[in-house]
Write a protein that binds this ligand. Structure first.
Ligand code: ADP
Length: 592
């Protein structure tokens, strides 16, 4: 507030100083003028009286005895209120209205007399010892035949004039003081009126400068301050717009950087990290906020990467490299691409590093290779067997009918296996590739379980297995694909039947649990050893290959189950005790 008032004070004090000076000069000029006018007036009046006195003094000065001359002088003095003196050429006082001439000293050297003699008129103001007052004297020579024969002098005390002048001075002084006070007050109001809008503009401009860009200018109008306010307001608006654009762009960029699967690191010419997105942080095992603003060698600390950055900074060339980064769980293989950032043609101002994590791609590649190897292997054994059997059949046309038919039934079994294998592989790839194309609709899982159990009832009886279901009558609604869910239930029941010996038991249960619908398939079969439990949902994984094959298994059943459950947003788990049996439990999101 202090400095804002300063302008007002500057303006006002300048104005006040000018005003004071003006009043002072005016006062002094008026005072001088009035004083001189008053004196001149007095002078003229005295001169008039002196002329008159000169007339009546002529004769006495010529030496003619005029009876009653002193009385005449005294009377004239009384009538005009003026002291009158008649002086001879030699300076002797011939008559004086106020004193006895005999007691008066020679007046020849009085300044007014000297002036009158030399210039024809003498005026003097001085303190009269005789009357003890400040007086004005006007003296005129009395001339006879070209010769000065004496002088007449009129005098008046200045007290009166001075009193009048003092009165006038007081009136003028009061008038000037009043007008000074009024002008100052008016000046203050005007100065405030001028500075107030400026203060408002300054205040608002300060708020704007402080970052409050939504502040509105309080001043309007077409004068300079109004124009200034508008200009500042417009400036703030355009700044706000620019800042909004910049922050929008920055947010967009941050979102893009954060969402990128590739790691991105930007380093300036001094090798300080200016940007490091989350993906890069993940790959390099660092927190982006810890690295930004710090040197690469103390924040990233991966010598291979730091070297590549330094190399690019030094030579200004794009560099490609592959780094193996040690991670807690697994080693990461990362492709590094560095490009120099150039400004003004060739000046290198930094480096941009793009990191691509190849670990997952590698992992997927391995899985695919593994799958291809497993699938080929699985396909190869029945094909080899079929080929061997057909070769034998062709080589021996005379083969016994019984043997031939045995061979043909073996071929039939193998082709059955092949077809099962291919069906399972197709199902798996379909589920994997078309999660979105699942025909999802509300389905009563209890109904599905009842149907699938009923369909296997006969098979279970043949194998002397007790199949019982504990399924509630109320509907258990899930959102799912009818065919896929049937396939999943079927695979679990099929496994339970396959791996449970005659006399065993299979129990199917189903229940609603909060926002989940669950069902379990529990058998009293061979069970699964703990070391296999983590693998049985993998493709082609079988605990006992020969047995599975013998039972017509492909090793893909549980992999299909897992993919169907995951595609429905559910979970599958297993508990098992070797020799006692296994329980598979599936949980799916409920839609009730
Ligand atoms: P398969 O076609 O061989 O049955 P799956 O993927 O269905 O393949 O099962 C993988 C392996 O898990 C089987 O080979 C088997 O060893 C084991 N397994 C699956 N279900 C059961 C079960 N109910 N009881 C015991 N072992 C099971």
């Amino acid at each position: 507030m202090q400095h804002r008032n300063r302008f007002l004070w500057k303006l006002f004090s300048g104005y006040a100083a000018l005003l004071l000076l003006g009043v002072l000069v005016t006062g002094v000029t008026i005072e001088r003028r009035i004083s001189s006018d008053a004196l001149r007036e007095l002078e003229a009046a005295l001169e008039g009286k002196a002329i008159f006195l000169r007339e009546i003094s002529l004769k006495p000065l010529q030496g003619v005895q005029v009876a009653g001359f002193p009385a005449e002088v005294a009377e004239l003095s009384h009538a005009s209120g003026t002291r009158l003196t008649v002086i001879t050429r030699a300076g002797a006082v011939l008559a004086d209205s106020h004193e006895d001439p005999a007691t008066m000293e020679n007046h020849v050297s009085r300044p007014e007399i000297v002036q009158a003699l030399n210039h024809g008129r003498g005026i003097e103001m001085r303190f009269s010892q005789t009357l003890e007052e400040q007086m004005m004297y006007v003296a005129l020579p009395v001339v006879e035949g070209g010769e000065t024969i004496g002088f007449v002098r009129c005098a008046l005390p200045l007290t009166d004039v001075k009193r009048r002048l003092a009165e006038l001075r007081a009136i003028i002084g009061i008038g000037l003081l009043v007008s000074l006070a009024l002008s100052l007050a008016l000046g203050w109001v005007l100065a405030r009126r001028i500075t107030w809008p400026l203060m408002q503009v300054t205040q608002t401009a300060e708020l704007i400068a402080g970052g409050n860009l939504d502040e509105r200018m309080p001043v309007q109008g077409t004068d300079e301050v109004g124009v200034l306010a508008k200009a500042v307001g417009d400036m703030a608006a355009s700044m706000r717009e620019r800042i909004e654009t910049i922050s929008r762009d920055r947010n967009r960029l941050s979102a893009i950087l954060a969402g990128m699967a590739e790691g991105l690191v930007a380093v300036d010419a001094a090798e300080k990290v200016v940007l490091l997105n989350h993906a890069a942080g993940r790959m390099l095992g660092v927190k982006p906020e810890d690295c930004i603003g710090r040197q690469t060698y103390e924040s990233i600390r991966i010598s291979g990467l730091v070297e590549v950055i330094e190399h690019t900074l030094k030579h200004g060339q794009m560099t490609e490299d592959r780094l193996t980064l040690l991670d807690k769980n697994q080693d990461r293989t990362v492709d590094v691409l560095t490009s120099p950032l150039k400004e003004d043609g060739n000046r290198i101002v930094g480096v941009v590093v793009v990191l691509r994590d190849l670990t997952r791609i590698r992992h997927l590649e391995n899985l695919r290779q593994e799958f291809v190897a497993n699938a080929s292997h699985e396909l190869k054994s029945p094909l080899t067997s079929i080929r061997g059997l057909t070769d034998t059949l062709l080589d021996d046309p005379q083969m016994e009918a019984q043997t031939r038919s045995h061979f043909l039934s073996l071929i039939q079994q193998d082709t059955g296996r092949l077809s099962q294998l291919i069906n399972d592989m197709l199902t798996l790839s379909q589920i994997e590739s078309s999660e979105q194309t699942l025909d999802l609709r509300p389905i009563d899982l209890a109904d599905l379980l009842r149907d699938e159990t009923a369909a296997l009832e006969t098979l279970a009886q043949t194998r002397q297995i007790d199949l019982n279901a504990d399924i509630p009558d109320t509907p258990l609604l899930v959102v799912g694909d009818d065919a896929a869910l049937c396939e999943m239930i079927n695979n679990l029941l099929d496994n339970a039947l396959k791996y449970t010996a005659a006399g065993g038991q299979i129990r199917i249960r189903s229940w609603a649990d909060g926002n989940r619908i669950s069902f379990s398939v529990a058998d009293t079969g061979v069970g699964i050893a703990a070391e296999h439990l983590g693998h049985i949902f993998e493709r082609f994984y079988r605990v006992d290959k020969a047995r599975s094959r013998e039972l017509g298994g492909t090793g893909l059943g549980l992999a299909i189950v897992k993919h169907i459950v995951l595609a429905h947003g559910g979970e599958v788990s297993v508990t098992s005790t070797p020799g006692k049996g296994s329980t598979f439990t599936v949980q799916l999101p409920s839609c009730q």
